[in-house]
Design a protein around this ligand. Structure first.
Ligand code: AMP
Length: 567
């Protein structure tokens, strides 16, 4: 497809505002793209390279303005271009306003095609080839080479061609076409179900390839597209949610610690990722699909020591202190960004891998398998050698059990917990409702202990469950009982602290004189007739003793009512 034809259509797309009209125009464009379909499917959304490819053009505005100035002729310099862009606010508009193509003697950089007055028959594929060459230049003098290639391209364009070329290279396409429009247009243009296109884009991250497969091989072709080791997919993302949300929605929740690090997708093939290129066995990708293999050699070593068959794993890189406890995630990011002196960085901050999902194992794509099955495959893949990295996944339907896992996670210095639907598939790049990061408690309450219960079995000598109450005008009104978030050690301390205030006992029930204040977390305040207050806390958790507070300083029922209203 000629760049002129592409630009003309881009212009009409830009003029539309309704989504359906945009999709209709993109559909026509894809239908007319011919052999340049893969490039057109990317360029129309302003992508020079496929989403999985972290190659960058590395063209900043300054370089682009220089190339434009050079193509515009002797009377224009980069400062003029810059001033006009500042005035107009669109590099495309400025590029389109010049009369390019007069610089014949120098135009050979533009691919060598005949340069005449203004435009020649520059195609989208030729632009693509030039931009790939441009991206591949490196080392000293590469800036000059980039500028020359870009100049050569501009010099072969005019009007709208220049407009969209300028916007494309500066990642400012802005014609209103996003992922969704291209997906819908591929489905429309080649008569395939939109869900199949969506899935194919998720696994390949290559809109161009998906468009071509849809056109040439239809639905069956799309369905046969799978993951490829070495080609990253978007990370499945989580939403904030509560234990209530999880257990209301699913019968059981898979619970894991939430590691405070940086996401990493591990691609491993013992025969080399690109076998023809005699490539490395391991590639690591960040959440943005950037290649982060070089800065993280100890993760590579770990992976290669643990795995022995091809796999794609999902997990988190965490920084750990000498005693194994987690360090803040800024430390991890510092390692991710490190380009030089990696060995030194490695001495300063040690990182480790925590694996929680498995997208591919030994020839099997696992995206559509349930989470628990994927976790089993993950455990198999890591084996004994990699067991240390495996996340503990517990399936639970009991809020108390979940709270206990959360308490462990917090005790171990982690951020909290993730709640996942045990049956859910892996949906790359989507922020769905199947993974929830437990929302931190809204606001904590300082409540007075007015009762307790003796524990059972091993804990028979200890008070185990504590009735907590808010202050009212003439006393205290109970809001619930807290039994979670308390370690054995803390139980012993609390028993000692409360025993002097015991007023009476009836079986396991203990009546306690209001004297001790607990800080209590919860998920929600519900209207409830169960306790005297008319409210009850859902999932109350012990956070600590407020030794600095007397019962008169405890939170009032009025505050509880106010918080309940604000929910
Ligand atoms: P946030 O970054 O706050 O949106 O939380 C979601 C992120 O938590 C994910 O993208 C992961 O990087 C990270 N994470 C830590 N532990 C887990 C886990 N067990 N499962 C899934 N994601 C996790």
């Amino acid at each position: 497809m000629e760049l002129a034809a592409f630009a003309e259509r881009a212009r009409t797309i830009e003029a539309e505002s309704a989504d359906t009209d945009i999709v209709e125009r993109v559909t026509d464009l894809l239908g007319a793209a011919g052999p340049d379909l893969p490039v057109v499917a990317r360029y129309v959304q302003g992508r020079v390279f496929p989403a999985h490819d972290s190659t960058k053009l590395d063209i900043g505005p300054a370089l682009c303005y220089e190339a434009i100035a050079k193509a515009a002729g002797r009377n224009v310099d980069a400062d003029d271009v810059e001033a006009r862009v500042a005035e107009v606010g669109d590099v495309g508009e400025v590029a389109a306003s010049y009369d390019f193509g007069g610089q014949q003697g120098l135009a050979a950089f533009g691919g060598g095609a005949g340069v005449g007055e203004g435009t020649d028959d520059l195609t989208v594929a030729q632009v693509d080839a030039e931009l790939r060459d441009l991206a591949a230049t490196e080392g000293s003098g590469s800036t000059d080479t980039k500028r020359d290639i870009l100049f050569g391209l501009f010099n072969r364009t005019e009007g709208d061609e220049s407009r969209y070329l300028a916007r494309l290279v500066l990642s400012e396409m802005r014609i209103g076409v996003g992922d969704g429009a291209v997906r819908d247009a591929v489905a429309e243009a080649f008569d395939v179900p939109v869900e199949a296109v969506e899935r194919a884009i998720q696994v390949t991250n290559d809109h161009g390839e998906v468009a071509v497969v849809a056109r040439e091989e239809g639905l069956a072709g799309l369905e046969s597209l799978g993951l490829e080791i070495g080609r990253p997919v978007g990370a499945m993302l989580a939403q904030a949610g509560t234990v209530t949300d999880a257990l209301d929605e699913w019968d059981e929740a898979a619970v894991e610690w939430k590691f405070d690090g940086a996401r990493v997708q591990v691609h491993y093939d013992p025969d080399g990722i690109d076998q023809e290129a005699d490539d490395a066995e391991t590639t690591l990708f960040s959440r943005n699909m950037e290649d982060v293999t070089d800065p993280l050699p100890e993760i590579v070593e770990f992976v290669e020591g643990a795995l022995d068959s091809p796999a794609i794993l999902d997990g988190e890189v965490v920084a750990v202190a000498d005693d194994g406890s987690p360090l803040p995630f800024q430390e991890v990011l510092r390692r991710f960004r490190r380009k030089h002196d990696v060995a030194k960085a490695r001495e300063d901050v040690l990182v480790e891998f925590r694996a929680f999902d498995c997208l591919h194992a030994d020839g099997d794509d696992l995206l559509d398998e349930p989470l628990t099955a994927r976790h089993d495959r993950l455990a198999d893949a890591l084996g004994d050698a990699g067991e240390a990295a495996l996340s503990d996944l517990a399936v639970a339907d009991d809020p108390e059990a979940i709270a206990a896992i959360e308490a462990d996670a917090l005790d171990a210095g982690h951020e909290g917990i993730m709640l996942k639907n045990p049956e859910s598939a892996y949906t790359p790049g989507r922020r769905g409702k199947q993974w929830l990061k437990r929302k931190p408690d809204v606001e904590t309450l300082d409540l007075v202990v007015t009762g307790a219960e003796w524990g059972e079995g091993r804990r028979a000598e200890l008070l185990g469950t504590f009735e907590i109450a808010a202050r009212t005008d003439d006393g205290f009104a109970a809001l619930g009982k807290v039994a979670t978030g308390i370690t054995d050690e803390e139980l012993a301390e609390l028993t000692e602290l409360l025993e002097p205030h015991v007023l009476g006992e009836d079986g396991a029930d203990v009546d306690i004189d209001p004297a001790v204040v607990f800080e209590v977390g919860y998920e929600e305040i519900q209207a409830s007739p169960t306790y005297g207050a008319g409210y009850a806390l859902r999932f109350p958790r012990f956070l600590g003793v407020r030794a600095d507070k007397d019962p008169t300083d405890a939170d009032s029922l009025e505050r509880v009512e106010r918080l309940a209203d604000q929910q």
